[in-house]
Design a protein around this ligand. Structure first.
Ligand code: ADP
Ligand code: MG
Length: 529
C-alpha cells in the first residue's frame, strides 16, 4: 500500500459520524442525569456552591492563582464594574518532578513561593505595608483580616467541594501523582504554605477552572443574558454549567444561597463514558490508555484534550515507522526527496518517548496549506528531529493529525450539545431571541485552527439543535478566564463570609472572649467590597 493510501485508511479510523455523535449526546445526557441523582457515577456532577453568575457590574481588587496541568499562574485582578478588568500576571512551568513529588507539601511550598515573588514584584508597596501591619496589629491573631488579599485558587483537578474555600482532592489527572495529597483539603494545603511565608493572603475560594471560565465569560460577555457553560480544552477537558436546583437530587452538605434556584455544577466530563459505550476506541486509544498513569479513567479526556492528542498521533506514527510495507520518514537516497537530502529521524528524537509529541505541532500541520508544507516540515525537524521529511511524509502526517483533531472537536460538540439541550433554552419561548452563551478556554480551542468551526459543524448535525439552534449558540473565548473567574468567585466568597459567617464569627469571638476573660466586641471586618 502506498503511504497516501495507508494514511487515508488510518485517518478513516478516526471518523466519528453524525449518527455516532447523536448517540453520544443521548448517552451524555443520561450520564448527566445519573450524576445529579447519586454519587459514584461516571460524570461526577459536582455541586460548586456557586449559585449565580455575574453580570459585569462587580468591582474590587483580588488575587488569583491557577494550577492548570502545565503551568502555574499568579495574578491580581482589578474588576472595574463595567465588564472590563485589569489583570497582572506571571506564569511558570510546573517542574515535572513536583508533579510526582513525594509529599503534597513540596508542591504547595513551590506555589506559595511563586505568590510571594509575585507580590514582591507587582504589589511591592502594598506588600510591605501588609507585612508591617500584620506584625504590629494587636488583635489575637496578630493581623486584621480586611487588609488581606482575598485569593481565588483555581485548582483544575477533581475535588469534592464541601464549601466555597474547602475541598478534598478526589484523584490526580493529567500526569500528576502525589498520593499523599489525595483526600486532603487543597485550600488548607496552600494556606499552610502561605502562612509559613507570612504572606497577607487568604485563600478565599476554591475554583475549578471551568467554573472560573463560566464566571469570567459571564462577567465580560456582551448582552444581558448570563453564560450557561464554561468549558476547558487545554491539557485536559472539562465543563461547568448552570443547573436548576430542582434537578439536583443528591444531598448537599455545605451552606449556599437558595434564592436563585440555580447552582453551578462541575461535570468532570473528562470521565464521560469510561465504560466506552459510545466513545470511539481505535487500537491507538487502547495503547495510550494502557500506558497511561490512570488506565480506564478519563476516557473522554483521552480522546479530546491537548495532553493526549499528540500522544495518539505519536503512537500511530511509531506503528507506521515499524511497518515494513510502507515507506514513512525514510527514503532510499536524496534524489527521491525534493529537498535533495536523505530523510532521517535522529535516534534520540522525542518521537520515541511517551508524551514526546506536543499537540501544538498538530496545529502547525492543520494551518500549513502551502503546496510544499514547508512550515510543517521545518517544525518536524525543529521539534522532533525528523530531518528532511519528504512532501509525502508531511502529507501523511498532516492527514492523520487532522483526523485526530477533527475527532476531538466532534467529541467536544457532544458535551456542549448535551448541556445546551439540558438547559432547555433552545425551546424556551422566554429565551427566544437570546443567544446561548458559552465561554471556552485552553490552548487547544484557542490555537487549533478551525476547532470551533468543526464543533459547529457537528452541532448542526445534532437532533434538537440543527442549523437554527447552532446559530443561536455563541461560543466565545473567555480571555484570562481562570484569573478573572477566580477573582469573581473570591468576591462571591467575601459576600458569603459577610452574610453567612458574621453570626458564627461573632459567636466564636464572644465565646473566646469569655473564656479569656476579655471584653472585646469585634467589628465586622470580614468583607472587603
Ligand atoms: P493548562 O491546561 O495548563 O491550563 P493550556 O490551556 O495552555 O494549559 O493547555 C496546554 C495544552 O495545550 C498542552 O497539552 C499542549 O500540548 C496543548 N497546546 C499548546 N499549544 C497548542 C497549540 N498551538 N495547538 C494545540 N494544542 C496546543
Ligand atoms: Mg487552563
Amino acid at each position: 500500500m502506498t503511504l497516501e493510501a495507508q494514511s487515508a485508511a488510518i485517518a478513516a479510523q478516526f471518523d466519528y459520524t453524525d449518527d455516532q455523535v447523536n448517540s453520544a449526546v443521548n448517552e451524555f445526557r443520561r450520564q448527566m442525569t445519573e450524576g445529579l441523582e447519586k454519587d459514584g457515577t461516571s460524570l461526577s456532577q459536582i455541586p460548586t456552591y456557586v449559585t449565580g453568575v455575574p453580570n459585569g457590574t462587580e468591582k474590587g481588587l483580588y488575587m488569583a492563582v491557577d494550577l492548570g496541568g502545565t503551568n502555574f499562574r499568579v495574578c491580581s485582578i482589578q474588576l472595574n464594574g463595567d465588564t472590563t478588568f485589569n489583570l497582572t500576571f506571571t506564569k511558570v512551568a510546573i517542574p515535572r518532578k513536583l508533579m510526582v513529588a513525594k509529599t503534597a507539601q513540596e508542591l504547595f511550598a513551590f506555589l506559595a513561593k511563586q505568590i510571594e515573588l509575585f507580590l514582591q514584584k507587582h504589589h511591592e508597596d502594598h506588600f510591605e505595608q501588609h507585612v508591617r501591619r500584620r506584625m504590629t496589629m494587636s488583635s489575637p491573631d496578630g493581623y486584621k483580616d480586611e487588609h488581606v488579599f482575598r485569593l481565588g485558587f483555581t485548582f483544575s483537578f477533581p475535588v469534592q467541594q464541601v464549601g466555597i474555600n474547602k475541598g478534598t482532592l478526589i484523584r490526580w489527572t493529567k500526569g500528576f501523582d502525589i498520593p499523599d495529597a489525595v483526600g486532603k483539603d487543597v485550600c488548607a494545603l496552600l494556606q499552610d504554605e502561605i502562612d509559613k511565608l507570612h504572606l497577607p493572603v487568604k485563600v478565599a475560594a476554591l475554583v475549578n477552572d471551568t467554573v472560573g471560565t463560566l464566571m469570567a465569560r459571564s462577567y465580560s460577555s456582551p448582552g444581558k443574558t448570563g453564560t450557561v457553560l464554561g468549558a476547558i480544552f487545554g491539557t485536559g477537558t472539562n465543563g461547568a454549567y448552570v443547573e436548576k436546583l430542582s434537578n439536583l437530587k443528591k444531598p448537599l452538605s455545605g451552606e449556599y444561597d437558595k434564592t436563585t434556584g440555580e447552582m453551578v455544577i462541575n461535570t468532570e466530563w473528562g470521565s464521560f463514558d469510561n465504560q466506552l459505550s459510545v466513545l470511539p476506541n481505535t487500537a491507538w486509544d487502547v495503547a495510550l490508555d494502557k500506558a497511561s498513569p490512570n488506565p480506564g479513567i478519563q476516557m473522554y479526556e483521552k480522546r479530546v484534550s491537548g495532553m493526549f492528542l499528540g500522544e495518539i498521533l505519536r503512537l500511530v506514527i511509531i506503528d507506521l515507522l515499524k511497518d515494513p510495507k510502507v515507506s514513512f520518514f525514510k527514503d532510499e537516497n536524496s534524489s527521491s526527496n525534493d529537498w535533495k537530502s536523505t530523510t532521517n529521524i535522529v535516534s534520540d528524537s522525542s518521537i520515541y518517548t511517551q508524551w514526546g509529541l506536543d499537540t501544538a505541532i498538530m496545529s502547525v500541520a492543520a494551518a500549513d496549506n502551502t503546496p510544499e508544507l514547508s512550515t510543517l516540515r521545518g517544525e518536524l525537524e525543529k521539534q522532533l528531529d525528523i530531518c528532511s521529511a519528504g512532501l509525502d511524509d508531511a502529507q501523511a502526517f498532516k492527514a492523520i493529525a487532522n483526523a485526530i483533531g477533527r475527532r476531538s472537536a466532534r467529541l467536544s460538540a457532544v458535551a456542549i450539545a448535551a448541556i445546551v439541550l439540558q438547559t432547555g433554552k433552545l425551546t424556551d419561548p422566554a429565551n427566544a431571541d437570546e443567544p446561548i452563551d458559552i465561554g471556552v478556554d485552553g490552548s487547544l480551542v484557542e490555537h487549533y485552527p478551525y476547532f470551533r468551526d468543526m464543533i459547529y459543524e457537528a452541532l448542526r448535525a445534532i437532533d434538537g439543535i440543527g442549523e437554527e439552534g447552532a446559530k443561536r449558540i455563541r461560543i466565545g473565548i473567555a480571555k484570562d478566564g481562570s484569573g478573572v473567574g477566580a477573582a469573581l468567585i473570591a468576591l462571591v466568597a467575601a459576600g458569603m463570609e459577610k452574610r453567612l459567617t458574621t453570626a458564627d464569627y461573632l459567636g466564636e469571638l464572644r465565646s473566646n472572649a469569655k473564656s479569656n476573660n476579655l471584653t472585646v466586641v469585634p467589628e465586622d471586618d470580614a468583607a472587603q467590597d
